[in-house]
Write a protein that binds this ligand. Structure first.
Ligand SMILES: Nc1nc2c(c(=O)[nH]1)N[C@H]1C(S)=C(S)[C@@H](COP(=O)(O)OP(=O)(O)OC[C@H]3O[C@@H](n4cnc5c(=O)[nH]c(N)nc54)[C@H](O)[C@@H]3O)O[C@H]1N2
Ligand SMILES: Nc1nc2c(c(=O)[nH]1)N[C@H]1C(S)=C(S)[C@@H](COP(=O)(O)OP(=O)(O)OC[C@H]3O[C@@H](n4cnc5c(=O)[nH]c(N)nc54)[C@H](O)[C@@H]3O)O[C@H]1N2
Ligand code: SF4
Ligand SMILES: [Mo]
Length: 702
């Protein structure tokens, strides 16, 4: 056997870790992975790796993974060839649109759509031809409030300021657990090391979370917050900055500061304390500590996005950074300057240009909130959704009231899924088109370089040869586009391979031919460990894309939403609120089929504070019945001192015990789906983003 060593970025989560992968080639010419390790020569990740990296090998070898197109025939699946598959998809989608209009075909794009570069470059080549307004994605169960905030304040939804974690003196984290997630909208491999370094240089880490998470456990201070209470806390922090004279000027041009001051005046720490469950004196002290730090940054993530005040929260996070003088400043929050810059190559976006048919939810950037998907399928009338295309997604497990969506999918006239597996969602498809695996693909990370705590760049070739008869995701989209264009009689513009597109973008980008870096695909291929382009620097001033060229700090939409917060009822006595959690060995819904990740004790129990158990005469380890407006589940409860009393936690992405799912390892420890309890009617009304956290539930013995 011959052995070769390859360097390659992992792109399973947002962290971009460099890997060293040893591949053996047998005498019969077959290649297999011998080992996957962290790459110490990667200047960004410096050898860091998490257990999920080994999943790359498991995906490669998984006997459950589909390797050619599969067509449904009754309750059976039949393997077919690509030409037949493309023609079938085109015929059926075209027929639905002919009979019921363009919007009768809906699209859902899942999370790997932004992790796989061929999906980034080519999914729209086909999906754009459908010209449907019913486009949905995982964005609206995730970071939509962050895009909308940047759109309103800075004029571009991708001008997302990233915490300058390596240079800050004070980091305030709300609703993020980077020790489990490895960072999000903050690409930061080896985050634990970087947070330890922050503390070693005398800085402070404060975490606000209803659970003492892994990150909270290593912080200088952890504050339990009532789920959904962050907007109240953030208002009170901002109010304290203003009333105690702690605000600092910003070098950025700003509009609306006076309106902001006036609007926030009623939201004192004393008035907000009950809503967030944190004492007024503690809130005021936190504001003083934050303001006293030379360089500080406030960072909010999933826990504050996916709640009923999601957009208000992310607006307040930005405003606190601005008002404390930390926006667009070293050690504060900075926008990246990546080698391939989606900010430069895309328009600023639009919001609320149209609304969803049934509930009138606003579009953002051409997408509607996915909380509306099931009702668009289930509600009869002009414009009803009759067919669905899913791409790299599992909305039955990942979107609110997944059980309702599960039932709705069974009603469709046609469903096409581009996915590697027959999972809880794709089991409803009429046709599944599987792509090559990650290691059979080239990769350039156009998404997460944009969100990284340093300006970094790398391109890696595929490590394993593409198997005979297999297609990459981008080739599947080209095949679908060609077949659909033929069917619809429209002309298709020519396209390039993703690597050619990246080469063009690199050459014309800010580190391209016009700079000393002279970056191109060829230069990056000479740097297989990746290239460090330097720390983040202030740049927002010259990149603001608002009509006024100033930061619009007080959008009327958000000032108005403060009234919703002011009207909020105080917590009901005995309330029990459901939140989620992530584990470093799991990734949303699709990594439970890999032995090496799921081995050991189960990790999908319901966590509950012992005091809440006692009050309900429940025992640790017992099976309980948990119910919400949308569903009832039975699950094992685990006593956990790390939970805030009145709050229970269940991870999402489980619930694999459904008929027809072909994930044999995952089904051995199926668990239940948290999204059978979450409620599609519980949303942030500003963005329409789902409120997956802070769901009212009841619990009793099963
Ligand atoms: N209750 C609750 N719900 C949540 C969350 C939560 O915290 N709590 N988190 C939300 C978040 S942040 C997200 S991002 C969503 C994720 O939700 P989704 O994106 O809907 O689901 P995933 O589990 O990421 O499913 C990914 C799918 O892509 C397939 N896949 C993987 N790689 C590829 C590839 O290269 N090509 C193709 N074609 N397919 C591929 C997998 O087989 C899998 O079916 O879940 C959301 N749902
Ligand atoms: N291992 C692993 N890594 C992942 C993923 C994964 O599934 N597994 N998913 C990837 C994806 S798609 C994403 S989007 C990122 C997400 O990255 P993070 O945002 O860091 O994700 P979570 O671990 O869900 O952290 C959310 C935290 O918010 C807390 N929380 C819940 N409700 C509230 C609330 O009302 N207020 C406050 N302040 N906190 C609250 C939860 O207790 C939890 O600790 O992770 C990515 N990385
Ligand atoms: S943290 Fe783990 S899953 Fe994420 S990029 Fe690094 S190795 Fe891959
Ligand atoms: Mo996500």
């Amino acid at each position: 056997m011959t052995k070769t060593l390859h360097h390659r970025a992992c792109h399973l989560c947002e962290a971009i870790c460099g890997l060293s992968i040893e591949v053996g080639r047998d005498d019969d010419g077959r290649s297999r992975i011998l080992s996957i390790k962290g790459d110490p020569l990667d200047p960004f990740s410096r050898g860091h790796v998490c257990p999920k990296a080994v999943a790359l090998q498991d995906i490669q070898d998984d006997p459950d993974r589909l390797r050619q197109p599969h067509k449904r025939v009754g309750e059976q699946w039949q393997a077919i060839d690509w030409e037949e598959a493309f023609a079938l998809a085109a015929d059926r989608l075209w027929a639905v649109q002919q009979a019921h209009g363009r919007n009768a075909v809906a699209v859902y794009q899942g999370n790997p759509s932004v992790h796989n570069y061929g999906l980034m470059t080519h999914s729209n080549y086909f999906l754009g031809l459908l010209k449907t307004r019913n486009r949905f994605s995982a964005t609206s169960v995730d970071q939509l409030p962050q895009h909308l905030t940047s759109h309103l304040l800075y004029g571009h939804g991708l001008l997302l300021p990233i915490p300058d974690i390596d240079h800050t003196d004070f980091m305030l984290i709300l609703g993020g657990n980077p020790l489990a997630s490895n960072g999000s909208i903050m690409t930061v491999p080896d985050v634990e090391k970087r947070l330890k370094a922050l503390r070693a240089r005398g800085g402070r880490l404060v975490v606000v979370d209803p659970r003492r998470s892994e990150t909270a456990a290593m912080a200088d201070q952890h504050l339990f917050v009532r789920p959904g209470g962050d907007a109240a806390l953030l208002c009170a922090l901002l109010n304290t900055l203003f009333t105690e004279g702690l605000a600092r000027g910003s070098h950025l041009p700003v509009n609306g500061l006076q309106q902001l001051r006036e609007a926030i005046a009623p939201f004192s720490a004393e008035a907000m304390s009950a809503h967030c469950g944190i004492g007024a004196a503690q809130i005021r002290q936190l504001a003083r500590d934050f303001a006293a730090a030379d360089k500080a940054v406030c960072y909010g993530r999933m826990g504050v996005s996916t709640q009923v005040f999601g957009t208000l929260c992310h607006w307040l996070v930005q405003v606190i950074n601005l008002v404390s003088g930390n926006l667009d400043r070293e050690g504060g929050a900075l926008c990246t300057e990546p080698a391939v810059d989606l900010v430069a190559s895309t328009a600023g976006g639009h919001f609320n240009a149209w609304q969803s048919r049934v509930s009138g939810l606003p579009e953002y950037g051409g997408e509607l909130p996915v909380a509306a998907l099931a009702e668009e399928i289930l509600t009869p009338g002009e414009g009803q959704v009759r067919a669905l295309v899913t791409v790299a997604g599992n909305p039955v497990l990942s979107t609110p009231n997944g059980r309702q969506l599960d039932q709705a999918l069974a009603d469709l006239d046609f469903m096409l899924s581009i996915d590697l597996y027959i999972n809880e969602t794709t089991r409803h498809a009429d046709l599944i088109l599987p792509s090559t695996s990650a290691l059979e693909n080239d990769h350039y990370d156009s998404t997460f370089n944009l969100l990284a705590v340093r300006n970094v760049t790398r391109f890696n070739r595929a490590i394993l040869a593409k198997p005979e008869g297999a297609l990459h995701d981008w080739e599947i989209f080209v095949g679908l586009a060609q077949a659909f264009a033929r069917r619809a009689g429209v002309e298709l513009r020519p396209t390039l391979a993703p690597s050619r597109m990246i080469d063009h973008a690199l050459r014309s980008g800010r580190y391209g031919e016009a700079s000393d870096w002279n970056l191109s695909l060829a230069t990056l291929e000479q740097h297989p460990h990746g290239l460090d382009l330097g720390p983040l620097r202030a740049n927002l001033g010259r990149r603001l894309a608002t009509a006024s060229n100033a930061v619009e700090v007080a959008p009327q939409l958000l000032l108005d939403d403060l009234q919703r917060l002011a009207r909020q009822a105080p917590p009901a006595p005995g309330e029990l609120l459901l939140i989620g959690r992530r584990h470093v060995r799991s990734n949303n819904s699709w990594m439970h089929n890999f032995h090496r990740l799921v081995k050991g004790k189960p990790r999908h129990q319901l966590l509950m504070h012992p005091q809440d158990l006692r009050q309900r005469h429940l025992q640790d380890g017992q099976r309980v019945r948990i119910s919400s407006r949308t569903g009832i589940l039975e699950v094992e409860v685990q006593a956990c001192e790390d939970m805030m009393p009145g709050v229970v936690s269940l991870p999402h992405g489980f619930g694999h015990a459904r008929l027809g799912v072909h994930l044999r390892v995952a089904q051995a420890q199926a668990g239940v789906s948290a999204n059978d309890l979450t409620d599609e009617r519980l949303r942030d009304p500003i963005s329409g983003n789902a409120a997956l956290n802070g769901v009212p539930v009841q619990i009793e013995a099963a």
